[in-house]
Design a protein around this ligand. Structure first.
Ligand code: NAD
Ligand code: DAU
Length: 360
């Protein structure tokens, strides 16, 4: 049984990874998470009592705490997901992104390297040790109407968030080349699915619609993202950790390009079908009537699209969920799990405009 240290395991993707690892009986997991506004242990309720799961509340920038975790847990692998992740918040306050995404990643790399070097030379544990850094397609910048991001696309980050993630990717590559740390990097497109914090487009639109509030679309709604169901991402990460070639980068994407307007319309279609009583109670004909075009995000990247052929060809991974099935599953999950999102909407974030734009 592998011992895996997951950072950011109380977040959207980290919690999906931990649920996947525990459900599939592959590992003992230690979740190291600071529990920022985005961290939520409720997302791990289904595994919290499993003897193979443990939680430590700590900041990845806290060197002493991180070193202690390595010494006590003695991981076989690290899956590093802890990050500030929301582009709009990075526009309002970039320094938290530099601190966690850059300084935190460097701190984690130093602790991981010291631990890895302390393992006996020639030992199986030293040979098997892995550091998987989870990153984003946003490091590649923005695409025109043609082409896909490959692992060779030059870095061209354009928001404080993507710049901080690009910096963290460069640190990981530097640690591999300079110190020989056995690293892997993944760059993934937009995820969606259960337990997604409702500041991001998909859950924000679902919950605003249920409240009868405006569904804010930045600009004309013609920006394009490449959507991947979060459980497909979790499977891809486990596959890369087990079989990826050291020092390599793997792009992860679902081949599901949609304009933002198409995404919001798909959510409205699902809600019109699943929530006729709510529609009537709100006095609406259709949830589509709530769509509202608002001021654009500053520096809004036009299009992201991933070429995942390296991951598919080398490691045999495939996305199982199409956007059309995944979005209905996601809407249904939010309808059935208000115990999870209602406290967030009431106590942490009610859906107000972030990122410097006007509300409407
Ligand atoms: P999230 O915001 O939902 O979760 C981030 C988690 O990290 C939270 O639990 C938070 O408490 C924790 N955290 C933040 N700062 C920390 C610190 N200093 N120390 C310890 N823990 C800290 O993010 P997510 O959407 O789950 O993204 C996870 C990773 O995947 C990020 O690195 C992100 O860049 C990357 N990614 C996300 C997407 C996406 O669509 N969401 C796509 C590609 C890549
Ligand atoms: O591409 C991967 C990235 O996807 C991840 O690295 C980020 O962590 C993740 O947050 C996501 O970034 P985006 O900026 O693409 O996601 P977001 O959900 O914030 O926005 C998706 C698109 O929808 C984007 O073009 C902006 C637009 N948008 C967003 C919000 C919140 C709106 O039109 N209205 C909104 O209210």
């Amino acid at each position: 049984m592998r011992r895996i240290l997951v950072t950011g395991g109380a977040g959207f993707i980290g919690s999906a990874v931990i649920r996947h690892l525990i459900r599939n009986g592959q590992a003992e997991v230690l979740n190291l998470d600071k529990l920022t506004y985005a961290g939520n242990l409720a997302s791990l309720a289904s595994v919290a009592d499993d003897p193979r799961y443990r939680f430590v509340q700590a900041d990845i920038c806290d060197r002493a705490a991180v070193v202690r975790v390595f010494e006590e847990f003695r991981p076989d692998a690290v899956m590093h997901l802890a990050a500030e992740s929301h582009v709009d918040r990075s526009i309002d306050g970039p320094s938290a992104f530099i601190q966690t995404n850059v300084v935190g990643t460097a701190t984690l790399l130093e602790a991981a390297t010291a631990f890895w070097r302390s393992l006996p030379e020639g030992s199986g544990q030293r040979a098997a040790f892995r550091f998987l850094h989870i990153s984003t397609d946003e490091v590649y910048g923005t695409l025109g109407s043609e082409g896909l991001f490959t692992e060779c696309t030059p870095y061209d980050p354009r928001s404080p968030y993507s710049a901080s993630k690009a910096a963290s990717d460069h640190l990981v590559m530097a640690w591999h080349h300079t110190y020989g740390l056995p690293t892997l990097i993944t760059n993934c497109s937009n995820n969606y699915g259960p337990f997604h914090f409702p500041e991001k487009l998909v859950p924000l639109v679902i919950l605003n619609a249920l409240d009868g509030k405006a569904l804010p679309i930045y600009g004309k709604g013609d920006n394009i993202r490449d959507w991947l169901y979060v459980e497909d991402h979790a499977r891809a990460l486990c596959r890369v950790l087990e079989c990826g070639r050291l020092g390599e980068t793997y792009n992860v994407g679902g081949n599901n390009e949609r304009t933002n307007l198409e995404v919001v319309r798909a959510i409205c279609d699902a809600l019109d079908r699943l929530q006729p009583a709510r529609l009537a109670a709100l006095g609406l004909r259709s949830f589509h009537d709530l769509i509202t075009f608002v001021q654009d995000r500053p520096g809004h990247d036009k299009r992201y699209a991933i070429d995942a052929s390296k991951l598919c060809g080398e490691l045999g991974w495939r996305a199982e969920e199409s956007f059309d099935t995944g979005i209905v599953k996601t809407v249904t999950w939010y309808l059935e799990n208000d115990w999870w999102w209602r406290p967030i909407r009431e106590q942490k974030y009610a859906g107000q405009r972030l990122g410097g734009g006007k509300a409407g």
